[in-house]
Write a new protein. Structure first.
Length: 336
């Protein structure tokens, strides 16, 4: 049976967690809501897809997980965020794409001058949409034994933390009231594997069946740079765009029936985020999308890519917690 994620993460605090109490709570560009409880009703889906391009035939295949569309509730209080969601059956009709079992851990934390992303993906069960391959005679190719593991971290310094708040765009516990942007500079590291009990490609996809591998392992690291900007319209409406790329040194190892091939080299990854919505003192509605594309080192004329994403629709309402609830919240708040 499909189950969704029970996500609990403590938002990692940066320099602002150590700020003096007499520091101004508001920036010219955004407003904070200290000691306010930001509650949310949301729908979201996470995924980690594995895409392979064969440069010899110029064909591309994408393995997708049958992850669920989840609906849940959550809250943010200063440095603490708790979200609970479930993949309800009426949101996830059976499309004949098999069953995916997964644990998808994504932390996207936005201290004042940092952007921090942590990934831990564990998926089993994938499918390929064959709608454009009329020769197969099947709508989907399903591989219930295919597993994908991905581990990674991205840490970036946000140079203009006084001019832009990613917490306003992602967590909605702040409110950006004036347009602003900032360059970013940081470092990222990734590793993982894609493996199946049988050859990964469907029969007939490759002209040479001997090139069909059943395992791809990779590891890479390197510096990155990017830019983020929020456009505020009529004080309440906002559009935030973020793009970052890097230069990675790494290796990929492919395992075939007749042996293995290991290659070292350089590659470049891509990290995109988009946020759009309405924000005000008491409530907010918005759409968030986070996309992380990790390109593995080319090996045996294969370009392999892991694409991790998270899209979410949020309905937000802020309120002051009761004195009794505030005592419990303050006891577990990281800022204290």
């Amino acid at each position: 049976m499909k189950t969704s994620l029970l996500i609990f993460f403590l938002v990692i605090m940066g320099k602002d967690a150590l700020a003096m109490q007499n520091e101004s709570l508001d920036s010219v560009y955004y407003i904070k809501f200290p000691d306010q409880l930001t509650t949310r009703l949301y729908a979201s889906r996470k995924y980690t897809a594995f895409e392979v391009k064969d440069r010899l035939s110029d064909r591309r295949i994408r393995f997708e997980p049958n992850s669920t569309l989840n609906m849940g509730v959550g809250a943010t209080y200063n440095g603490l965020t708790l979200n609970l969601a479930y993949g309800w059956g009426f949101l996830n009709p059976d499309r004949g794409t098999g069953d995916t079992k997964y644990l998808d851990l994504q932390v996207h934390a936005y201290p004042k001058n940092f952007v921090i992303d942590l990934f831990g993906q564990f998926y089993r069960g994938y499918y390929v949409d064959l709608a454009e391959d009329h020769s197969s005679g099947m709508p989907f190719y399903v591989s219930p034994t295919m597993r994908v593991r991905k581990y990674g971290a991205n840490v970036q310094y946000l140079f203009n933390g006084d001019k832009i708040s990613l917490r306003a765009a992602f967590l909605q516990n702040e409110w950006q009231v004036k347009s602003g942007g900032s360059p970013l500079l940081g470092f990222e590291i990734y590793g993982g594997t894609a493996i199946d009990d049988r050859p990964i490609f469907p029969i007939g996809f490759l002209d040479d069946p001997g090139r069909n591998f059943n395992q791809a392992n990779f590891f890479q690291f390197g510096p990155n740079a990017g830019y983020v900007h929020t456009f505020v319209i009529l004080r309440h409406f906002f559009i935030t765009g973020y793009a970052s790329t890097n230069l990675s040194l790494g290796q990929q190892r492919l395992v075939f029936n007749e042996g293995a091939s290991n290659r070292w080299g350089f590659s470049s990854n891509l990290f995109l985020r988009g946020f759009v919505g309405y924000n005000s003192e008491k409530w907010s509605v918005n759409f968030n999308y986070v996309h992380n594309r990790v390109n593995m080192i080319r090996n045996s004329d294969f370009d392999n890519t892991l694409m991790t994403g998270n899209y979410r629709v949020n309905f937000i309402y802020r309120l002051s917690p009761s004195p009794g609830l505030k005592r419990y919240l303050d006891a577990v708040d990281l800022k204290r």
